[in-house]
Design a protein around this ligand. Structure first.
Ligand SMILES: [Cu+2]
Length: 155
């Protein structure tokens, strides 16, 4: 079978691009630890305020010295609005929504989740650099969406 040389170059180009894309995905998934959030934990969205631990949202210290941060997203705010985290601490964020789908995004970290009514999503980040981090809703959730943000202070 004869394959024209341009056809061979094009097949080689396509194969190389496939390898490049799979390498980028592999590096992001395994080296940068960027993975889809688990979303395996359920919660009754009508009873979020009465369901522990979301009845007291905020930062909770674990016995091993790491932290859990429980967040409730609702139109058009996050609870807690401000979180103070010690520098260098490893924080696992647990987030749910009590009304509609919201986003949960902290720029300059790998934290990027959806806050979905009925589900609890989680992701972990270590805050090595002190400073003020912005927590943004990046899923359009209604007329006040652009004002939906919170702050994380790392000291
Ligand atoms: Cu929003």
């Amino acid at each position: 079978m004869h394959v024209h040389k341009y056809e061979r170059w094009w097949m080689l180009f396509g194969t190389c691009m496939l390898v490049v894309f799979l390498t980028i995905i592999g590096v992001a998934a395994f080296l940068d630890n960027i993975n889809p959030p688990s979303g395996m934990q359920r919660i009754d969205p009508t009873r979020v305020a009465q369901t522990p631990p979301f009845d007291s949202p905020g930062l909770h210290k674990r016995a091993d010295g790491t932290y859990e941060a429980y967040y409730v997203a609702q139109v058009f705010s996050f609870t807690p609005a401000t979180l103070t985290v010690p520098a260098g601490s490893r924080v696992t964020f647990y987030v749910t929504s009590s009304d509609v789908v919201h986003g949960f995004f902290i720029p300059n970290t790998a934290i990027n989740m959806m806050a979905i009514p009925g589900w609890v999503n989680e992701q972990t980040h270590t805050f090595d650099r002190p400073g003020e981090y912005l927590l943004l809703c990046h899923e359009y959730c209604g007329i006040g969406h652009q004002n939906m943000f919170a702050k994380i202070e790392v000291r």
